[in-house]
Write a protein that binds this ligand. Structure first.
Ligand code: ADP
Ligand code: TPW
Ligand code: MG
Length: 573
């Protein structure tokens, strides 16, 4: 045997950490990775690409992480973000915590320094005890030290991310792991294909009976669908259940479109009435957190007079804010199926309730219509969003990404969604900066046209990723609602020295940012212009940024949550 032959034979029989990570991810159907390169993971990203994985390379890890979180939400498989050590890891950590808060499955994989150096604090390049930092901020955190443990490490990360209540998982990859060489056959045998990663969780029969008794006893039932119901991807069963009850329902922001927003039972336009007047509220994949005023306060009417039924996969969620008369701990698909199986003879709610809700909804829709039809220049939020509402009505497959304060709150209530998981936004924390990462992942994972409706401040947090959008040629139309500031563009420094803290350069040319990287950039000053520009962008599929100039006076402080701002009791001269 000459030298070259033996070389071929050896390389055939060996594998290493790089390849085992790739093989383990692919074995489990994970083919997309959201990434920022650098030591020690540059070659890992390159090899992933060479092995046929889709590697989307970002300009900042926060955006790559938000993309991974979005991929997890849309696909029910953990979205993977791959970063470098310390600063790259920390940049990715915000999105890992955000994914966990949103109950979305994600794995943050970060390269790290060698334990011998980190643990004695000898001062390595980008030294940090990343595992310890990540632990309190995610659902689970693991480190892999030996190549033969990569199969177990990836399997544990996948299971932790998607089983039960989904969340973020941190996976620490010390640099030396990547280069560790082992026998290829042993390596292949050590990989694990995770069987049934998010197993069904079936509620007990008596819990199902109890819930049906409570619902049957209601005179004014209300259903609330949350993003957990959208995540569950059992859309036909959710629709069947809602229709069988005959009860009015409202959808939390990302559950919009689970049933079409023009559904006769949709009470979104009568939200105040149904929250206050209902006598029984059934939560389906929605938490009774701040977004629902913790289920108490003026908007909910008198305390302790309502009964709550709560469907959630996490038993700890029950009674977190209000007493739950009928906890239903299980996955939504199994739980609603069991309920439906017992609802053959179901009587609809009393008509005085459904008619009162319908009348209120019709009155509110009628009152809003003329505001949405305005063609004012400068544009206000209603005129601009009235047009985008029409565009979305004609493009039910388009995905709306939405962030900002006024831009978020108005768009959520004005733009109807008619299909599930077509609205992606700031989530449970109200995070500014999710926009471009979310838009990129939505385009990559679904191939659908994306329209990102962005406050000008919100856009600024991730705006550099327009280069990424252009580089990958993604069908993303970014609409910047440019009111020259945070909430409004009218603030002033009382001393006259600096700009006010919430104002930006007036009428900034965000459109030129997209042009700088070869995309289309358009300025829209009227609702007519805006509608035309967005329709053109969707038709062309080209990366486009529409700089929509909005009246700086049109917004209000913090949009609809101004009441959460603390007030100073002190007046200084
Ligand atoms: P929203 O913000 O839309 O109100 P939340 O994020 O507060 O929604 O709530 C989502 C809930 O859905 C979480 O409590 C989570 O545990 C739950 N959940 C997620 N997936 C499932 C599932 N497959 N079955 C049941 N509950 C789920
Ligand atoms: C990571 C605080 C909430 S909303 C907002 C900020 C900075 C921007 C609102 O201005 P925008 O929208 O986007 O121009 P509009 O239409 O009202 O003018 N940092 C993070 N997250 C949050 N939520 C903030 C700051 C915030
Ligand atoms: Mg603004």
């Amino acid at each position: 045997m000459d030298g070259s032959d033996s070389k071929t034979e050896v390389s055939h029989e060996l594998t290493d950490g790089f390849h085992l990570i790739i093989d383990a991810l692919k074995l489990n159907g994970i083919n997309n990775v959201y990434h920022v390169p650098g030591i020690p993971v540059t070659d890992l990203g390159r090899m992933m690409q060479a092995e046929g994985m889709r590697v989307i390379s970002f300009r900042h890890e926060s955006n790559a992480g938000n993309a991974a979180a979005t991929a997890g939400y849309l696909t029910r498989k953990p979205g993977v973000c791959l970063t470098v050590s310390a600063p790259g890891f920390l940049n990715g950590l915000v999105s890992l915590a955000h994914a966990t808060t949103n109950c979305w499955p994600m794995i943050l994989i970060s390269g790290s320094s060698e334990r011998e150096i980190v643990d004695l604090q000898k001062g390595d390049y980008e030294e940090m005890d990343q595992l310890a930092v990540a632990k309190p901020l995610c659902k689970a955190a693991y480190r892999i030290l030996h190549a033969e443990d990569i199969g177990v490490g990836i399997a544990r990360a996948i299971r932790a991310a998607v089983s039960g209540r989904p969340g973020g998982v941190y996976l620490d990859i010390p640099a030396s792991l990547l280069g560790q060489v082992i026998d290829a056959k042993t390596g292949a045998q050590s990989l694990i294909k995770v069987i049934d990663p998010s197993p069904a969780q079936i509620p007990a029969p008596h819990a199902v009976d109890r819930a049906l008794d409570v619902l049957k006893g209601a005179r004014k039932p209300l259903l609330i669908l949350g993003k957990g119901a959208a995540y569950a991807q059992c859309d036909a069963i959710v629709r069947q259940f809602v229709e069988r009850t005959g009860a009015p329902y409202i959808a939390m922001s990302m559950a919009k479109g689970l049933l079409p927003d023009d559904h006769p039972q949709y009470a979104g336009a009568a939200r105040s009435l149904v929250l206050k007047e209902s006598d029984c509220v059934m939560l389906i994949g929605a938490r009774l957190n701040w977004l629902l005023g913790h289920g108490q306060g003026k908007q909910w009417g008198e305390r302790f007079t309502k009964k709550f039924i709560h469907v959630d996969i996490d038993p700890k969620e029950m009674d977190s804010n209000q007493p739950i008369s009928a906890p239903l701990v299980g996955d939504i698909e199994s739980t609603l199926s069991l309920l439906l199986a017992r609802m053959d003879q179901w009587a609809p709610p009393p008509t005085d309730w459904t008619e009162a809700v319908n009348a209120k909804r019709a009155a509110n829709v009628e009152r809003m219509a003329p505001r949405l039809a305005n063609n004012n220049v400068p544009m206000d939020f209603h005129g601009a969003l009235g047009r985008l509402k029409r565009v979305f009505a004609d493009h039910p497959d388009a995905i709306l990404v939405n962030e900002g304060a006024n831009t978020l709150d108005f768009a959520r209530s004005i733009i109807d969604m008619s299909r599930p998981r077509k609205r992606l936004d700031v989530g449970t924390w109200g995070v500014m900066g999710i926009g471009m990462g979310t838009a990129i992942a939505a385009a990559v994972e679904t191939g659908h046209p994306i329209v990102a409706v962005e406050g000008d401040s919100a856009f600024g947090f991730s705006g550099m990723e327009v280069e990424t959008i252009c580089r990958y040629g993604l069908p993303v139309c970014v609409v910047v609602f440019n009111n020259s500031g945070i909430y409004r563009g009218t603030d002033a420094d009382p001393t006259g020295r600096d700009p006010g803290t919430t104002v930006f350069v007036r009428e900034s040319r965000y459109d030129l940012m997209m042009q700088a990287f070869g995309g289309e950039g358009v300025t829209a000053r009227s609702p007519d212009d805006l509608e035309r520009a967005v329709r053109d962008a969707i038709a062309s599929g080209k990366p486009t940024l529409v700089n929509a100039i909005i009246d700086p006076e049109a917004g209000t402080e913090s949009g609809r949550i101004g009441n959460l701002n603390p007030q100073s009791a002190v007046q200084r001269k």
